[in-house]
Design a binder for this molecule. Structure first.
Ligand SMILES: Cc1cc2nc3c(=O)[nH]c(=O)nc-3n(C[C@H](O)[C@H](O)[C@H](O)COP(=O)(O)O)c2cc1C
Length: 326
């Protein structure tokens, strides 16, 4: 792997941008270390939530931040070369990344990096996405089919998926640990992680989205009444094998889908509630024909002139990036 010394400020700026990546409950379960000309990515066990059995959500989040880093560094003129799980005895060490120069940074590189700043998780109802076939073609060309599969939920299967979302809620009705954790990560404090109330929806808004996670509701005035019920198209990202590398790959694919959608002017909402319980995971698997579904994405359009909530907060860079002293 190339070991080009990149100026510290370039790495810091790229990691800062990459950390806009989505993560489970905005936990940001990652840690970056610059060492010997490489950038190392670790999953941070202190930020894996207790109900995230097997750390899947954290790994998907790390995959998303890894792909965001690739995009951020490309816009700065450096191609990332990723060595996955370079240390077989350390599963927390997700990747080592070396860099080589890109001869010309194109408008495409810059647009993709700009999309990182515009993307956000939108939990309100969407209008149907226009030009879906073209979007789907772009996504399929961009994703790594060796480790992940992408399926589109047909209109025929949509109601079954909505039933799976309701079933997830029913199965968790008495799951105190799950609810305590969600309340913690959505508590309305001024912090640099978790989901702020400005990013959540009211009960009436949530009722118009048939496939979503039930969060504590907010009491804002009902928004997007003109859209009516959600008309999004839903993608399912599945792992090819039940191994860390492929779960991480689902996070990279998630990043690709979200950034492609943002560049196409589409709104997105990441969902994993239906893949967290075995019964509903099996329902999703039966619909797609892929046995290891990990993450779903609602894709659609949001009214262009709407007021957008503030970006969700992130931890300071000094907490997530460290320069190793030789
Ligand atoms: C692995 C993973 C699982 C997620 N699951 C859900 C979910 O089930 N429902 C939801 O509304 N958002 C979900 N999200 C979105 C996060 O809550 C969101 O990324 C985080 O709060 C940061 O906000 P932002 O995406 O607007 O920057 C998930 C994100 C990731 C990466």
């Amino acid at each position: 792997m190339p070991k080009t010394m990149i100026p510290a400020k370039v790495v810091e700026d790229a990691v800062h941008l990459a950390c806009r990546a989505p993560s489970y409950h905005n936990t940001q379960p990652w840690r970056w270390v610059v060492e010997d000309g490489e950038l190392l990515l670790f999953v941070d066990p202190d930020r894996v939530v207790a109900t995230d059995h097997g750390g899947r959500q954290a790994l998907i989040s790390c995959g998303a931040v890894l792909d965001h880093l690739r995009v951020a560094m490309a816009a700065a003129g450096h191609q990332a070369h990723v060595d996955y799980y370079p240390n077989p005895s350390d599963h927390k060490h997700v990747a080592s990344i070396g860099f080589s120069p890109i001869s010309l940074v194109t408008g495409g590189h810059r647009d993709r990096a700009d999309a990182i700043l515009r993307r956000r998780t939108d939990r309100l109802p969407f209008r149907a996405p226009p030009d879906w076939d073209e979007f789907e073609r772009t996504v399929r060309t961009a994703v790594d089919g060796d480790v992940t599969a992408v399926d589109v939920i047909s209109d025929r299967d949509r109601s079954e998926l909505a039933e799976a979302a309701s079933l997830t809620d029913a199965l968790r009705l008495y799951d105190s640990a799950y609810h305590a954790e969600m309340n913690w990560w959505t508590a309305p404090y001024e912090v640099n992680d978790g989901i702020p109330h400005s990013a959540l929806v009211s009960a009436a808004e949530s009722d118009r989205v048939d496939v979503g996670r039930s969060f504590p509701v907010t009491h804002n005035q009902e928004r997007r009444l003109e859209v009516g019920d959600d008309q999004s198209t839903i993608l399912v990202i599945s792992a090819v094998d039940d191994v860390r590398r492929d779960i991480l790959g689902c996070g990279e694919t998630l990043s690709t889908v979200l950034l492609e959608a943002t560049m196409a002017g589409l709104a997105t909402c990441t969902l994993t509630n239906m893949t967290e319980t075995a019964v509903t995971r099996d329902i999703v698997a039966a619909i797609t024909g892929h046995p290891l579904p990990q993450v779903l994405v609602r894709v659609g359009t949001a009214p262009a002139l709407e007021q957008v909530p503030p970006p969700t907060p992130r931890r300071p860079i000094s907490e997530v990036l460290h320069f190793s002293v030789p």
